[in-house]
Ligand binder design. Structure first.
Ligand SMILES: C[S@@+](CC[C@H](N)C(=O)[O-])C[C@H]1O[C@@H](n2cnc3c(N)ncnc32)[C@H](O)[C@@H]1O
Length: 287
C-alpha cells in the first residue's frame, strides 16, 4: 500500500472540519419518499379512475381496497379519507417504506379513519387478506415478477382475494421506447425528476431503471430508487389473467391529442392502438 497520497492526520481533520461546517446540500436534505410521491404518484387521479370504472362495470360503489406494493401507502390513506365506508389494506414487504408511510401519511388520519386502514408487512406472493372489492397494483410494480409462472401465481392470488364482482386494477405501458435505454427529465417545484432506463436486455426483456433527483444548487440524489422489471406486453398479461381465472381483462389506453399527438389524461377502453412510441394504460381484470 502506498502512503504517498495519504493526508497527514492534522490536515485530514482540518478538511473534515471544513466539510462539516459547509451547509448541507439540497440533495442531502431531501427526503426521497416525499420527492417520489410528488413526482411519480397521482393518487387522486388513480382513485378517481378506480371509483368511476368500478361503478361503471359493477353498478355499485367500491368500499374495500387492497393496495399491493403500497410503498408509503398514500393511495390507501386517501382511499379511507374519501368515504366513511371505505377500508384499505396496504401490503409491502419493506419495513422502511412502511414506517415512512406511517409517520408521514397515516399520522394525518383521524382516529376513525385510522381504524379503517391496515398496513401489512408481507410479500404479495404470500399474503392472505380478507376479500376486497378492489386490488390495485400500480406503478408497474408487478413487473418485478420476471417469470410467467410467478406472474400467474400472483394473478391467481389476487383473483382469490377479490369478492365475486371485485376488480383488479393494474397499470401497463408499451411502445417502442420501452425497449431501449433513455432518459426523461421533468421539472417540478424545486427539483428535477429524472427517469432513466439504464439497461435493456433484448432477449429477456429485462429493464433496469433508476429515478434520480436534481436540485437548483446542482446537488444530485442519484439512484434514489432503482428497479429491475420485465417489460410485459398487454396481450400476454391478458392471457395470463385469463389462465388465472379472470373472465375479462379490459385495456384502457391513454388518449392522444389528434392534432399535437400529446398524451392526455384520458383513458378509453379499446384494443386499438397505433405504433405509439410510448403509451400508458390500465388493465382492469374481472373474475
Ligand atoms: C415502485 S414502489 C410502488 C409504490 C406505489 N404503489 C406507486 O404506485 O407508486 C414499489 C414497492 O413495491 C414493494 N415490493 C416489491 N416487491 C414486493 C413484493 N413481492 N411484495 C410486497 N412488496 C413488494 C417495494 O418494497 C416498494 O415499496
Amino acid at each position: 500500500m502506498t502512503t504517498a497520497t495519504k493526508k497527514p492526520p492534522k490536515r485530514k481533520a482540518r478538511l473534515e472540519k471544513k466539510a462539516a461546517q459547509k451547509p448541507p446540500t439540497m440533495a442531502q436534505l431531501a427526503d426521497r419518499h416525499a420527492l417520489y410521491q410528488e413526482s411519480v404518484q397521482n393518487s387522486e387521479f388513480e382513485l378517481d379512475f378506480i371509483d368511476d370504472t368500478f361503478k361503471e362495470l359493477t353498478g355499485r360503489v367500491a368500499s374495500s381496497m387492497r393496495e399491493d406494493f403500497c410503498g408509503t401507502a398514500i393511495s390507501s390513506v386517501e382511499w379511507v379519507e374519501r368515504r366513511d365506508t371505505n377500508t384499505a389494506i396496504g401490503v409491502d414487504f419493506d419495513p422502511e417504506v412502511l414506517g415512512w408511510g406511517e409517520k408521514h401519511n397515516v399520522s394525518r388520519l383521524k382516529p376513525d379513519q385510522k381504524k379503517r386502514l391496515e398496513l401489512v408487512e408481507a410479500d404479495v406472493l404470500e399474503v392472505t387478506t380478507e376479500k376486497v372489492d378492489v386490488i390495485q397494483a400500480y406503478n408497474f410494480s408487478y413487473w418485478f415478477f420476471q417469470e410467467r409462472k410467478i406472474m400467474l401465481d400472483y394473478f391467481r392470488r389476487t383473483r382469490e382475494a377479490l369478492v365475486d364482482d371485485g376488480i383488479l386494477f393494474l397499470d401497463v405501458f408499451g411502445g417502442s421506447e420501452c425497449y431501449q435505454t433513455q432518459k426523461e427529465k421533468r421539472k417540478l417545484d424545486g427539483f428535477k425528476y429524472i427517469w432513466e432506463q439504464a439497461e435493456f436486455n433484448a432477449v429477456t426483456n429485462e429493464l433496469k431503471c433508476h429515478i434520480h433527483f436534481h436540485f437548483p444548487d446542482k446537488s444530485k440524489l442519484k439512484k434514489a430508487f432503482s428497479y429491475t422489471w420485465r417489460v410485459w406486453g398487454a396481450k400476454e398479461l391478458r392471457e395470463i389473467l385469463e389462465e388465472a381465472g379472470f373472465k375479462e381483462a379490459i385495456v384502457y389506453r391513454q388518449e392522444f391529442d389528434p392534432e399535437t399527438d400529446e398524451a392526455l389524461d384520458e383513458y378509453i377502453a379499446t384494443d386499438d392502438a397505433e405504433d405509439y412510441a410510448c403509451w400508458l394504460g390500465y388493465i382492469v381484470a374481472r373474475p
